[in-house]
Design a protein around this ligand. Sequence first.
Ligand SMILES: NC(=O)C1=CN([C@@H]2O[C@H](COP(=O)(O)OP(=O)(O)OC[C@H]3O[C@@H](n4cnc5c(N)ncnc54)[C@H](OP(=O)(O)O)[C@@H]3O)[C@@H](O)[C@H]2O)C=CC1
Ligand SMILES: CC(C)(CO)C(=O)C(=O)O
Length: 316
Amino acid sequence: MLHSQRQIYIVGTGSIGKALAVFLKLEGRKVTLVRGSMDDGSSTTEEIWIESEENHYASIPIVTLSTIKTMEGIVVLATKSYGNKQLAVSLKEKTGSSPIVLLQNGLHIEQAFLLQNFPELYRCVLFVTSQSVSSNRFRFKPVSVCPVGIVKGSVGKLYHIVQQLDTRNFGFKSEKNIQQIIWKKVIVNCVFNSVCPLLETDNGIFVRNDEARRIARRIISECLLVAEQEGIILNSKDIEKSLLQISKSSEGQFISTLQDIRNNRKTEIETLNLEIARMAKGLKMVQRCRETNLLGTLIKLKAEIKVEEHSKSIMT
Ligand SMILES: NC(=O)C1=CN([C@@H]2O[C@H](COP(=O)(O)OP(=O)(O)OC[C@H]3O[C@@H](n4cnc5c(N)ncnc54)[C@H](OP(=O)(O)O)[C@@H]3O)[C@@H](O)[C@H]2O)C=CC1
Ligand SMILES: CC(C)(CO)C(=O)C(=O)O
């Protein structure tokens, strides 16, 4: 039984935001979805289906930011990280002392919120996959329970947030050493989000193909060099184990970067391979991170070419 139930605002009505909203609603939490990329003053209610081991369905209110005066409760961000600078500005007027919980992938994605001096900031590392199969229908696969840790805040509030977000199908737990896990997941993402879209294949490739696994190992060891310079000591075997676990349990699912490229959208590669490459440059280690950088640069180019071709095709 939850004692003090708070309103949970989930900003970002994509694959993760909608799946989380359904699971929360089905376990009796008060949840509202808030559009992340647009604000036309509209509000509506949508029926959302989640396919997992069982099928789940719920009706969820979806609003735009200008329809809400204040966001008192827990504010969860399930938007793309490249929108953070803008969102940090628009949310600042509304969220008061409410904690912000970032669910996004990537390194240094919390910077925009720290710069705006949000009073409480928490980061979660997602170990689930969710993919759109048709309008308002998503295929959701949990890999493991998702850790949440403090960037700026208190242990008491962290426990409360975890208690409010945790459900049977989408699990959350508190984590003391969140920086370590952020790095571990970022390195895993530097592999998945570059190799899978370049090969146009699903996440299962690393359990199926030896050469893909060898490439993964090289990216992991490059990224570990940068992590080490930041005081983050991780074990390459451990990261490879996590990569293979995700590869196995999300076989058939497409990584978000591949979904973005296919849908003519910008990708989050700037906060993955390209952020590691930027750090390597600052550390005068460019030569030791060449493959991570090259794969990131190819992804950026692939996405830009796809967007360009798409805009040309709709103009003719
Ligand atoms: N899908 C997955 O399996 C996983 C995703 N993640 C991470 O979770 C986060 C959400 O991913 P996912 O739900 O898949 O992504 P989607 O693309 O499905 O949804 C992201 C949402 O972000 C919002 N958005 C897009 N551009 C902007 C912008 N410029 N400014 C503000 N908001 C924007 C949109 O919200 P709206 O439509 O409301 O405007 C969009 O629906 C990402 O950081 C991703 O890396 C992590 C692990 C697994
Ligand atoms: C690596 C993976 C599949 C794990 O959840 C992911 O982060 C994504 O789909 O963006």
